[in-house]
Design a protein around this ligand. Structure first.
Ligand code: PMP
Length: 383
């Protein structure tokens, strides 16, 4: 999430006007602090009390495949998918993880074979989420290894393909690219929620990953889940988490259950006295940010933005345009290294290089605080 060069800069805060133009704006990581405003105004509704004697056991339900899965949490996951309509839940096993990051590794473990002669290749079309290559290779596993860009992957035999939709970093809706018979797919649906992209149909995949981090902004709770069709895959993923961390924090699952339940409640109570649902609130917020950004970028010729096609959103019942969690900004003209160029203007971003493409591109978070976002817009318009 944080590179060592940026973490020391991330905390600098300045208040006066001169300092405002000097301060470092760190939008390198995707820390989803933007939603803090919504949760602050929702008051006590999302508080939980955990007494000293509760949540103590390692075990939750040893008769369940995922034996550390809290039933309240699983119920709220199923309920939210039903309310939003973004995933088929029938015939699926839920596996909870310490963030979807842990589930990504669990999925690699589950889909690879312990008696294969060679590690299985893991591919994703560029630009891909910058953590996939590093997470895949940092332990130099004998089971799987990073195989690079799916667009140019031509090897025979089994492979694992990651399909991130909408994609981090560029926000586009994606389908698999390699399409060979021995392919195993992991769908990373971290951003398949109504504030980011139209809900066109419920996802119906073999293995989909979701994370609380990008839905509600509770990244620090470290909760994600997988919807898994195949029982053996669900069992193996659970085994990985057992070996890796003997389960997943119950405290976090209970907190996540409460927050997800508040989100579903807000959708079901919309149009009553309660005001906007969480998704309506966050969708408006993203619309407003993208509008400001497009205005500034379109004023000059230095930068360009991706274009998206509108689609009918079954959740909001209207045609909407995607408004991704990241800006995939391209430096036009003769600026070759967009990250360095923006760093000269004290805007920290992540270079296209980390996503397997040209340094003419950078990824910029759209999920930071209002304050940081408004500094960013001011700074960009002054370049
Ligand atoms: N997948 C994608 C595409 C992401 O952008 C992120 C967060 N940056 C993750 C997975 C990991 O999220 P977490 O571990 O917080 O669930």
């Amino acid at each position: 999430v944080m590179s060592s060069s940026t973490s020391s800069l991330a905390n600098s805060t300045c208040t006066d006007g001169k300092a405002r133009s000097n301060r470092i704006i760190n939008l390198d990581h995707g820390n989803p602090t933007v939603y803090g405003k919504y949760w602050r105004q929702s008051g006590d509704k999302t508080n939980i009390i955990i007494r000293g004697w509760q949540s103590m056991s390692y075990f939750t339900d040893v008769s369940n495949i995922c034996w550390f899965l809290e039933p309240e949490f699983a119920n709220e996951v199923m309920r939210l998918h039903r309310v939003v309509g973004n995933a088929v839940t029938g015939g699926r096993y839920v596996v909870v993880g310490t963030g979807s990051s842990q589930l990504y590794l669990a999925a690699l473990y589950a889909l690879s074979s312990s008696h294969a002669a060679q590690p299985i290749n893991v591919v994703c079309a560029a630009p891909y989420y910058s953590s996939y290559p590093t997470m895949t290779d940092y332990l130099k596993s004998g089971l799987y290894k990073w195989g690079g860009d799916a667009e140019t992957y031509e090897k025979d035999g089994p492979y694992i393909e990651l399909v991130t939709s909408p994609n981090n970093p560029d926000g586009h809706v994606r389908t698999s690219k390699v399409n060979r018979s021995e392919g195993l797919l992991i769908h990373d649906l971290a951003y398949y929620w109504p504030q980011y992209t139209p809900m066109t149909s419920p996802a119906d995949n073999d293995l989909s990953l979701f994370t609380l981090s990008k839905i509600t902004g509770h990244a620090g709770t470290r909760i994600g889940w997988a919807l898994v069709k195949d029982k053996e895959v669900a069992k193996k993923m659970t085994k990985f988490i057992e070996l890796n961390s003997i389960g997943v924090s119950k405290d976090s699952q209970l907190r996540a259950a409460k927050i997800l339940s508040a989100v579903s409640d807000s959708c079901e109570q919309e149009n009553s006295q309660e005001g906007d649902s969480f998704f309506k609130f966050s969708q408006k917020l993203m619309t407003n940010r993208w509008k400001q950004l497009r205005e500034v970028v379109n004023r000059g010729e230095l930068f360009s933005l991706p274009q998206f096609s509108p689609a009918f959103c079954n959740f909001f019942n209207q045609v909407l345009e995607p408004q991704p969690a990241f800006v995939w900004l391209k430096c036009e003209g003769n600026v070759e290294d967009c990250e360095s160029f923006l760093r000269e203007h004290k805007i920290l971003t992540r270079s296209g290089r980390h996503f397997g493409v040209s340094p003419k591109y950078v990824r910029i978070s759209m999920l930071d605080t209002d304050e940081n976002f408004s500094h960013f817009i001011d700074r960009l318009s002054s370049i």
